[in-house]
Design a protein around this ligand. Structure first.
Ligand code: NDP
Length: 285
């Protein structure tokens, strides 16, 4: 039997509609949520992502502003901009579009963002909070995946979860979040011997490698939940995930497509974190 498709686009619409209501309620009480995005250089992919974010903010009544710098800008100038935004009461979320040019120290930049405005949750304090199970704002991509699992009533506690990829933005936080929810977690990397032996054990398999078609049907357990984070542009111009969707969907229980799976949820959770950060400011004021 073919797997149930986890439609990220549909879930994102549902979540965004609820977020709009929360934003409107904040606006009525005189506090419009505000997100500031900092972009350095002219990387076309980064520009596309930033435009998506701005458009998405507009649709749920979040104020957004973009601070653009040429790639030749000095780090201190960007740090000064972040400092201004940290002190700006109209801004509740700040994100720096990564990657930054090579002469930047990304950790120093993300760690200069006020902890309570760190809507990407890359600040080292927030990373530590996640490790200790005390995170206030969760990293957007894994957070979106948890929401998708929840919407489909997929059990996490007691399940075997296998994460392929150990990046700071997807693999590592995803593993911590699933661990926190009671899964038994295995993390695989490019150095893992016999990847298939691990993936075949997974009740929940999250793949974030950037290697198109890495996971094939023989590598998954029948009935498993397959979350494909990968976004790869193929030579024919089409987008593909890290999972061979056509074959795996015949064996899995649930599967996310690419596009239309994890991607729309990532931006949605950024909106969610911005609203959450605004509500917290209000609660604390
Ligand atoms: P990174 O390049 O930072 O990390 C990739 C990880 O995959 C590394 O840990 C690497 O292992 C591992 N890996 C690579 N090849 C293999 C292999 N053959 N077997 C097992 N593990 C392997 O990637 P990101 O996490 O930033 O992104 C991964 C993918 O997800 C990309 O396609 C990206 O575009 C997409 N993405 C999608 C998002 C969304 O919203 N849908 C958000 C963020 C990313 P090692 O550490 O040993 O090198």
């Amino acid at each position: 039997m073919s797997a149930e498709i986890i439609n990220g686009k549909l879930i994102a619409q549902e979540v965004r509609s609820a977020l709009k209501t929360r934003a409107e309620s904040l606006i009525e009480r005189g506090m419009r949520p505000g997100l500031a995005v900092i972009i350095v250089g002219d990387d076309p992919a980064s520009n596309i992502y930033v435009n998506y974010k701005v458009k998405a903010c507009r649709k749920v009544c979040i104020h957004s502003e973009v601070h653009r710098f040429p790639s030749s800008v000095g780090q201190d100038e960007v740090l000064a901009c972040i400092q201004d935004l940290n002190e700006n009461p109209q801004i509740h979320g700040i994100l720096v579009q990564l990657p930054l040019p090579a002469h930047f120290d990304s950790n120093k930049v993300t760690t200069s963002i006020a902890i309570e405005k760190d809507v990407d949750s890359f600040h080292l304090y927030n990373v530590g909070a996640l490790v200790s199970g005390n995170a206030a704002l969760l990293p957007c991509t894994p957070y979106g995946i948890l929401v998708m699992l929840d919407k489909h009533g997929i059990q996490i506690e007691g399940q075997q979860a296998v994460i392929v990829g150990r990046s700071n933005i997807v693999g590592k936080p995803m593993s911590l979040m699933l661990l926190e929810k009671g899964a038994t977690v295995t993390i695989c990397t490019s150095k893992t011997k016999d990847l298939a032996a691990h993936t075949r054990n997974a009740d929940i398999l999250v793949v974030a490698t950037g290697r198109p078609g890495l996971i094939t049907a023989d590598m998954v357990k029948a009935g498993a939940t397959i979350i494909d984070v990968g976004i790869n542009r193929l030579p024919n111009g089409k987008l593909a995930g890290d999972v061979d969707f056509e074959s795996v969907k015949e064996k899995a229980g649930y599967i996310t497509p690419v596009p239309g799976g994890v991607g729309p949820m990532t931006i949605t959770m950024l909106l969610s974190n911005t609203i959450e950060a605004t509500e917290r400011t209000r609660a604390g004021s």
